[in-house]
Write a new protein. Structure first.
Length: 338
């Protein structure tokens, strides 16, 4: 977004990154997008097709951008047109925190509670979480850890955030952000770190981002924990093949009542399965340390009702209450995939 200093910083770093070889795509007048580019180096290599779009709108208000993008392009122009079907949307934005702790963050999007005013998007609705959540997080941590970036960004945390804010769209999505204040948003080192991380993710194609081959890749949905999902940061570091879906923090379900907890957990599971249609098993981590007994019971009810609706053709939905049990099941699932 042109309105966001961090977003402009990341966009400029991507455009300056020689490996992507961007080609500008002509747009129709009057659309949400002001500029659009195609990474021709990836197309020519037969890899991912990556489109970079800059808009004058706030990112959280770009509802249905996955359906609108192709309508904005001037198809009559002599240029390389991107494929009309988006498989993934990554929003480049800013993170704000009262602590002011410098950070580079990754998170799924949506507004879990139907009874609370949405921050962009739709109350009670969660878009499918990008299958790249875990792999991009690992790419970012690896990039940040390299001497090229670590010296200038040593004080930055690399962390997940819990599912929060809009926009609403049907395509799998995530936010990639620079935080947490006006001091960090324009820092060129942070923008360049993100550009290198995205090239590592797309250009080097380091990891399969989905269980598209039908192999039993571990898939985890988290219910409970702090906003920065510290337990998920550690899990993804420890288990390179791990894939993550929506992550609901404790504050979303705390004292919400059984019906509301059940509704937002079921929405998180349903949206995650939409992003991973070939998943065979989903480990649903309901932290015994972070959730009250009534909250875990309501979350379990959501899991049970969805499992019943999916039937034998659906994946196994397995509740886990301790980190030790979760690590054991992840290891076992990964072993089956070998």
């Amino acid at each position: 977004s042109e309105q966001s200093i961090a977003s402009r910083n990341m966009t400029q770093a991507l455009l300056a990154h020689a490996s992507f070889s961007w080609e500008q795509i002509p747009l129709k007048a009057g659309g949400q997008s002001s500029s659009c580019w195609l990474a021709t180096s990836l197309r020519e290599a037969g890899a991912h097709e990556l489109v970079l779009m800059q808009t004058s709108e706030r990112l959280i208000h770009l509802d249905h951008v996955d359906e609108e993008l192709y309508k904005m392009i001037d198809e009559s122009a002599e240029t390389c047109l991107p494929h009309p079907n988006l498989t993934d949307v990554i929003f480049l934005g800013r993170h704000v925190a009262a602590s002011g702790q410098p950070s580079l963050t990754v998170h799924p999007i949506g507004n879990p509670r139907q009874d609370l005013d949405p921050l962009g998007g739709i109350a009670g609705r969660l878009p499918p979480p990008s299958p790249r959540l875990a792999s991009l997080f690992r790419s970012l941590r690896s990039t940040h850890g390299a001497p090229k970036h670590n010296a200038g960004l040593a004080e930055f945390d690399i962390t997940f955030e819990a599912t929060h804010h809009g926009p609403w769209l049907k395509a799998p999505a995530l936010f990639a952000e620079i935080g947490s204040s006006e001091s960090e948003w324009p820092r060129q080192e942070a923008g360049k770190c993100w550009a290198d991380a995205l090239w590592r993710e797309f250009g080097e194609d380091r990891e399969a981002s989905d269980a598209s081959d039908g192999q039993p890749i571990p898939l985890v949905v988290s219910v409970g924990g702090n906003h920065y999902m510290s337990h998920m940061n550690d899990l993804v570091d420890l288990h390179p093949g791990l894939v993550v879906g929506h992550m609901l923090p404790t504050y979303v379900v705390r004292d919400a009542g059984d019906d509301k907890v059940e509704a937002c957990v079921r929405e998180a599971l349903t949206a995650t399965l939409a992003a991973h249609p070939s998943a065979r098993e989903v480990l649903v981590y309901m932290s015994k340390k972070s959730l009250k007994a009534a909250e875990r019971k309501a979350a379990q009810a959501a899991l049970d009702s969805l499992a019943a609706a999916l039937g034998s053709a659906g994946p196994v939905l397995r509740a886990v209450s301790t980190s030790a049990q979760l690590r054991k099941l992840i290891a076992a699932s990964a072993e089956q995939g070998k």
